[in-house]
Design a protein around this ligand. Structure first.
Ligand SMILES: CC(=O)Nc1ccn([C@@H]2O[C@H](CO)[C@@H](O)[C@H]2O)c(=O)n1
Length: 106
């Protein structure tokens, strides 16, 4: 598999990521190949516009049914909001991957 050289986020999460309020993302298997320590550019899903770089801290399999308040907090949303959102992005998908990251400054 070709290593991912950037990661995209919906534009509406840009402010949360830049302020450090959002420190995880939940993705499907296609984005699970990221490696801890890897640094990569972050672009908007809509326009492909760069807005920061992040360092990957951990990639862990996580079932939809295991989502809890702590995950929601790290997404800066409530657990019901998070479950609704994941259900919209990945309808019916049980196997998710929890990606923890930190914002690289400067
Ligand atoms: C193409 C594609 O899948 N793009 C995605 C997928 C997910 N996410 C965000 O990650 C968290 C959990 O899924 C939520 O905050 C999501 O909005 C995102 O911004 N962009």
């Amino acid at each position: 598999m070709t290593p991912m050289s950037s990661i995209s986020f919906f534009e509406r999460f840009e402010a949360d990521i830049l302020s450090g309020r959002k420190t995880i993302t939940l993705r499907d298997e296609s984005e699970s190949g990221l490696v801890p320590g890897q640094e990569l550019p972050v672009v908007t899903f809509e326009q492909g516009r760069w807005f920061c770089d992040i360092r990957i801290l951990a990639v862990t399999p996580l079932a939809f049914s295991e989502l809890d308040e702590e995950h929601a907090r790290a997404e800066n949303m409530s657990l019901p909001e998070l479950k609704l959102l994941i259900g919209e992005i990945y309808p019916g998908l049980e196997q998710l991957y929890l990606i923890r990251f930190e914002l690289l400054k400067g």
